[in-house]
Write a protein that binds this ligand. Sequence first.
Ligand code: GUN
Length: 294
Amino acid sequence: MSTARIIDGKLIAEGLREDVAAAVARMSRDHGVTPGLAVVLVGDNPASEVYVRNKDRQTRAAGMTSIEMKLPATTSERELLALVHELNRREDVDGILVQLPLPPHIDSGRVIEAIDPAKDVDGFHPINAGRLATGQPALVPCTPLGCIILAKSVQPDLTGLDAVVIGRSNIVGKPVARLLLGENCTVTVAHSKSRALPEIAARADLLIAAIGQPEFVRADWIKPGAIVIDVGINRVPGEGGKHRLVGDVHFEDARHVAGAITPVPGGVGPMTIACLLRNTLTAAAARRGIALAL
Ligand code: GUN
């Protein structure tokens, strides 16, 4: 039985972070500019705290300034909006990320729309979503960008491929579909209400699974030789009362059918922060009129 090439997201993310760090060092040397990333965390969601800690560490390791703002869960929407406006004005802040999910009394759409689109390193602002949708230069959401980089690590030119995206969220499904169109793929977006999901998936030369359901995509949904990018990170009960992480694809079976596949963990996950650092560098260069050679 053939076995897929395992796409090493950890290694590829490391390489991307090194490239960003080198570009940051050049920017600092040639222009006296150190890019700054502000991360805002409201409340004490444990998963969010882990993400924010990793972002802080990796931002500093890339030579950028990390500004961490932790606010209590009782923070009002008005207070959070005031903080976003202050960060929009700050000259030393190139990127602003408000960690999601926000407490339920805060309207996250309103907060995202308050961020200056030029500093929107998550690429969630409707201006950036609209620019991506119309093929204009934009800050692009980090996880979708990571998916494209991983797919291109296997096949540098994706032109003409039949790409199927399962999932239609604003954070992954829709933006990754738009990026794939930009790469000249024929793109199908399927989702939980799609009929005949296995048949749709089986047409894919490039399959992106972003459903949020553990091991939902089975081996017999996969076209032999396809590139499979698994965005899911699901905690399921493991042995001895412990938890283990699995993706949206049944990895152990799928690896015998796919041509290349991302593991979970160690696939798409590490790419997200690496792409965030890249977006922060891009935003710093664009806002300050500096040409970037990445
Ligand atoms: N929460 C989990 N992932 C993300 C992300 O990429 N951006 C933001 N803002 N919040 C998140």
